[in-house]
Write a protein that binds this ligand. Structure first.
Ligand SMILES: Cc1ncc(COP(=O)(O)O)c(C=O)c1O
Length: 372
C-alpha cells in the first residue's frame, strides 16, 4: 500500500468545486489584487484566533520579517530562538540586522526549552521568538512569565500551527503578534506561497500594512518607510478561503492518524512526540526519534511509505549562521534530535488503513531489530 507524505491532488479534489468557482470568479472579474478573498481570509482567521488585526502577505517568511520590523526589531537587538527549525525563523532576524541567539530545545516537544531562555537574556535582548513546531505551541505559560518578568516582546513563529492554541489562547495573542505560513505543505496550504501576520497592536498593524506595500502611507505613492512588495495574490486567497472551510475536519483527520500511531507504537523502543498539557495539536508533522533512522527510512521505502527529515542539520551548523552559534557540540540536544528525528506521513487525506499499515510496519521494524 503506497503511503505518500502528502496528497495534494486529493486535497484539491476535496474542494474542487469551491476552488474552481472562486478562482474562475477572480479571473473573470479581474479583481487580482487585495480583493474580497483577501478580506474574507483575514476576517475568518482573525475571528478564529480572536485577534484584532490579520494582514495577509505573500509568505510566512515575509510575515515574520515584516512583523519583526514593525515591532521595532533593529540592528543591535538580540532575539532568542532555536536552531532546530526551518531557516526562515532565523534568517529573518538576521536580515533585519539583529542577532539570533540560539538556545536549546525540549527534545520531547522539539520546541524552545523555556528554562534555557533566561540564561540567554542580556541587556540587548529585545524579544523571544518561540517557534511552534510540528503543530503545537511552545510552553507559552512559562515563556510569557519570563517575557513579562524581563520586559521582553514575544513574537511567535506560528508558521506550522494555524488554528493552534495553548490553554485556549490562540497564536498571535501571546505577545506582539505572530507570523503564519500558507506554504503548499502546511495544514492550510495555498497553491504556492502565502502567509499572514496576526497582532492586537494597532501601531504594529499599521506598519505591517504599510510595509507590505513598499512602506506606502495612507496616501497612494507617498512613502513612510522602506518596505516590500508582499501582497497575498488574490488567486491564492481564493484557494485558501475554499480550503479554510475544511480545515477543522482536515485537522481532525490528522489527529485520528496521530492517535493510531500513538496507540500502536507505544511501548516500543522509540521516542514518540509529546503534546504539552494545555495544547491542541494540529499535527502538522508526526515526528518520532530513532537511533536507526537510515535503516527505518529504507525499511519504510521498501513498503512504499514516505518519510521525511525535518530538520537534518540545525541552523547553527550551516555556514551563513555559524556566527550565531559556538559550533558543533554547543547545542547537544538540538544536534542529537537532528540526527534522530523522522517524520512519518500524517495528512488530511490519509485513511485509517494507511495509518495502521504505517504503524504495523514500524512495529515490525522495531521488534525485529535490537534497539531503535
Ligand atoms: C517554522 C517555520 N517558519 C517559517 C516558515 C516560512 O514560511 P514560508 O515557507 O511560507 O515562507 C516555515 C515554512 O516553511 C516554517 O516551517
Amino acid at each position: 500500500m503506497r503511503v505518500p507524505f502528502i496528497d495534494l491532488k486529493a486535497q484539491y479534489n476535496d474542494v474542487k468545486a469551491e476552488i474552481d468557482s472562486s478562482v474562475q470568479e477572480v479571473l473573470s472579474t479581474g479583481a487580482y489584487v487585495l480583493g474580497k478573498y483577501n478580506k474574507q481570509l483575514e476576517a475568518s482567521i482573525a475571528e478564529r484566533h480572536q485577534v484584532k488585526h490579520a494582514i495577509a502577505v505573500n509568505s510566512g517568511t515575509d510575515a515574520l520579517r515584516i512583523l519583526m520590523q514593525a515591532a521595532g526589531i533593529e540592528p543591535g537587538d538580540e532575539v532568542i530562538t532555536t536552531a532546530f527549525t526551518f531557516v526562515a525563523s532565523v534568517e529573518t532576524i538576521a536580515q533585519l540586522g539583529a542577532t539570533p541567539v540560539l538556545v536549546e530545545i525540549d527534545p520531547a516537544t522539539f520546541c524552545i526549552d523555556p528554562d534555557a531562555i533566561e540564561a540567554a537574556i542580556t541587556p540587548r535582548t529585545k524579544a523571544i521568538l518561540p517557534i511552534h513546531l510540528f503543530g503545537q505551541l511552545c510552553d507559552m505559560t512559562k515563556i510569557k512569565a519570563i517575557a513579562d518578568r524581563h520586559g521582553l516582546m514575544i513574537l511567535e513563529d506560528a508558521a506550522q500551527v494555524t488554528f493552534g492554541h495553548h490553554k485556549g489562547i490562540y497564536t498571535g495573542n501571546w505577545g506582539h503578534g505572530c507570523g503564519i505560513s500558507f506554504y503548499v505543505t502546511k495544514n492550510l496550504g495555498a497553491a504556492g506561497d502565502g502567509g499572514m501576520i496576526l497582532t492586537n497592536d494597532d501601531e504594529i498593524a499599521r506598519r505591517c500594512l504599510s510595509l507590505r506595500i513598499h512602506g506606502m502611507g495612507r496616501e497612494r505613492y507617498y512613502y513612510d518607510e522602506i518596505g516590500y512588495t508582499s501582497r497575498l495574490a488574490e488567486l491564492q486567497a481564493a484557494v485558501l478561503c475554499a480550503k479554510l472551510q475544511k480545515l477543522d475536519d482536515w485537522n481532525e483527520n490528522r489527529a485520528s492518524v496521530a492517535m493510531v500511531y500513538l496507540e500502536e507504537l507505544s511501548g516500543l523502543d522509540l521516542h514518540l512526540p509529546v503534546t504539552l498539557e494545555g495544547n491542541n495539536n494540529t499535527w502538522h508533522q508526526f515526528t518520532l526519534r530513532t537511533t536507526r533512522r537510515e535503516e527505518l527510512i529504507s525499511f519504510l521505502k521498501e513498503r512504499e511509505i514516505d518519510s521525511g527529515i525535518y530538520y537534518p542539520v540545525p541552523l547553527h551548523l550551516h555556514a551563513p549562521y555559524g556566527a550565531y552559534g559556538a559550533g558543533e557540540g554547543s547545542l547537544p540536544l538540538t544536534e542529537e534530535v537532528s540526527k534522530q528525528c523522522l517524520s512519518i506521513p500524517v495528512h488530511q487525506h490519509m485513511t485509517q488503513d494507511q495509518a495502521h499499515f504505517v504503524a504495523s510496519s514500524i512495529r515490525e521494524f522495531a521488534l525485529k531489530t535490537v534497539s531503535v
